[in-house]
Design a protein around this ligand. Sequence first.
Ligand code: ATP
Length: 235
Amino acid sequence: MLELLDINTYYGNIQALKGVSIRVEAGEIITLIGANGAGKTTTLMSISGIAPPRSGQILFEGRPIHDMEPDQIVALGISQVPEGRRIFPFLSVMENLDMGAFLRRDRDGIKADLEHIFEMFPILAQRRHQQGGTLSGGEQQMLAISRALMARPRLLLLDEPSLGLAPIVVRRIFDIIERINRESGTTIFLVEQNANLALKIANRGYVMENGRITMEDKAAGLLVNEDVKKAYLGI
Ligand code: ATP
């Protein structure tokens, strides 16, 4: 579904991604793990067109997207949930969700997706008229994911959904991520520092260090890999 082929991404003179190649199959959950500053967020930004690569190729369903604008990439079916759950704090829950559907014209489809989201996250239905900024951290993460789902993506990019949330809330969010993948077949690209949790729900994983991919395997394989255990699982 998605292929990153030898991409190099820079911020001015700083090279954040060095020859990164990643392959994502339709229907799977893949995770990219790595330490702070390894380049995980930049990888997602490169896919979504916010930090386009200077060289290399990104193909979505065989079509080059590395020269496209972010809104064109969303229109193709790729949505990103940014790190730090950047919702619109002064807009209501409903207005935040409407923003996620701004490229769509199919009113019936939008209504059906909204109902599905409210069934998945009943708390958002209860708080639909509340300002986004007044929600708890976990609720804001649910809203950020829901807003991305309102674009009806086939590929969902999730940046550190566990960041700053209590363990019990993180577990709920991860259950929902698995459910989204299972029920609607949405392909998930999950960036996480919480490697243990991420590898438990993923099919395959990549490890990133200093802008390079250093390991790639089935998630079950990475979970028992001695280097991964020592560096990322604290075992
Ligand atoms: P984190 O978990 O902290 O978000 P990360 O693995 O997602 O880390 P990136 O945020 O992609 O890492 O950062 C990769 C490198 O690029 C780091 O060295 C970082 O300092 C640098 N970087 C990130 N954003 C910018 C920017 N806007 N301008 C300059 N350098 C940046």
